[in-house]
Design a protein around this ligand. Sequence first.
Ligand SMILES: NC(=O)c1ccc[n+]([C@@H]2O[C@H](COP(=O)([O-])OP(=O)(O)OC[C@H]3O[C@@H](n4cnc5c(N)ncnc54)[C@H](OP(=O)(O)O)[C@@H]3O)[C@@H](O)[C@H]2O)c1
Length: 248
Amino acid sequence: MTTQTKIAVVTGSNRGLGYAISRKLAQNGIHVVLTSRNETDGLAAKQQLSGEGLDINHHVLDVNSDTSVTQFTQWLQQTYGKVDILVNNAGINPTATPEESSLLTVRLETMQATFNTNILAVLRISQALIPLMKLNNYGRIVNVSTEMASLHTMGSDYYPLAPSYRLSKVGINGLTILLARELQNENILVNTYSPGWMKTDMGGENAPFTAEEGAETAVYLATLPDGGAQGQFFAEMRKFGGPIQLQW
Ligand SMILES: NC(=O)c1ccc[n+]([C@@H]2O[C@H](COP(=O)([O-])OP(=O)(O)OC[C@H]3O[C@@H](n4cnc5c(N)ncnc54)[C@H](OP(=O)(O)O)[C@@H]3O)[C@@H](O)[C@H]2O)c1
């Protein structure tokens, strides 16, 4: 690793999409800090990727915990003195039961828990790490959303209602727009994207695509050139053969 090497943080990267994004970023010469709320799971994932010859470090990070985020930020500052890339990947989708699948019956506790992880935690970690990006006048923030959050099609699409999940991802899309607006005079680009339906623990066996395919757009957005896209909503590149913007 040289002083020019980019440092990337990926939240929730012990499995699923976050793991695939970590691998692809590292394959692109980026030093990746793989993070997990469970230390054993994260170390096992790190070991796996290090075994592939990739440049990976690991640190515990529970995005819902102020203490965990503070400790992690201090460690980053001491270890690297900067952060270049943040991928806000960690997320939950607790819509398994019929009760949780309807806005008429979903428990408010479920809504709160989903909003905590899928929106507020993104704000928490962004607030903590953006000062480390500003130190170097460089930053790329990639927020993982979903096509299911597109207001343009929400009234008529064929996806499950999944109210806590979809509304939380509408929130992350709005957060992306506002954060990009606040950072418009900085070299910190903030974008959001839909990785598509993938075979992960969340997506299940029947999903048509792999997490590796879903990771492609994250890498594209994490490595945007200066002056690149700011505050935009992208589709999965694999489906369209290139970076395509989605309607909000
Ligand atoms: N799968 C799909 O088809 C699909 C489609 C569109 C969008 N997405 C989005 O893609 C992202 C990743 O999804 P996935 O399919 O990879 O899901 P997944 O397989 O369920 O993995 C979720 C990851 O998030 C972590 N996580 C959850 N809460 C956390 C917390 N408080 N702190 C730190 N990490 C936490 C999990 O850690 P643990 O292992 O400790 O639980 C796990 O590593 C999510 O934002 C999801 O909404 C997925």
